[in-house]
Design a protein around this ligand. Sequence first.
Ligand code: G1P
Length: 293
Amino acid sequence: MTRITRAVIPAAGLGTRFLPMTRSMPKEMLPVGRKPVIQYVVEMAVDAGITECLIITGRGKRAVEDYFDRSDIAENEENARLDALIDRLDIYFVRQKSPRGLWDALRYAEPFASGEPFVVLLGDTFTRPSCLPPLIEAYQRHRVSAIAVQPVPEELLDRYGVVEATPCGRGELRITDLVEKPDPRKAPSNLAVLGAYLLTPSIFPALARTRPGRNGEIQLTDALREAAEAGRLVGVVASGRRYDIGEPMSWLLANIELGLADPKTREAVQGLLEELGAGKGGALLQDRSPLIR
Ligand code: G1P
């Protein structure tokens, strides 16, 4: 069994959906509960056995680097927990020369990957529960790249990569094709690429061969097509709720879920929801179909 120990976390995006907040702070540092979103992403990685993270930053993102230095103030429980997290992994940073999207960010990861399969997690997005363990298991079973997907309402399909796939058991799919941000009427399915990937190093030469696609930009989705056509790409249907914190609505909902999950704040959040007439509080969140926006 190949141990998957490396994660690449692109975190250079401008965060325009969360202006004006992101004029002076990286979107990855937006707080969810009592931690910035990027900590949830790193925790997802570490909990899945990752011991080395490459965070791809850029202009205006220095706060992300400073955050992952030890601070050694143990009196604050949350602070001590972050120090303990930092001790469990090595974190590397590389600056993307300009924020040119996922494909360009990934090119900086080639030396880090060292010819081994690796995980890619977006620096502003996490799922609860984590979608990473099933992704790693799918790789171990099939020995090919694996990507997390989730059904989304038709009108939102043009925001995502969308896959054409056939089920192959255990919530896994054999992906036969994928299209970046399709016209919803022509989308091959309602299964969107969530932004969590387990990639084999063959992605690097594939990216180098990929020509500009959607919006005149090179797309990771297009580079993955080669693997799909060769029958070497598996999809894993993620069952968790996905929070894309760079998007204000998703940020707000994540704060409610995390506020309800934290024993220190649960009662107050629940009380407020009831007082405001939501009444159903936790049930409202639990009953929701998987969120992807
Ligand atoms: C990227 C990917 C897309 C994926 C999405 C998930 O798009 O290109 O395939 O569905 O992330 O968030 P972006 O959000 O960078 O436009």
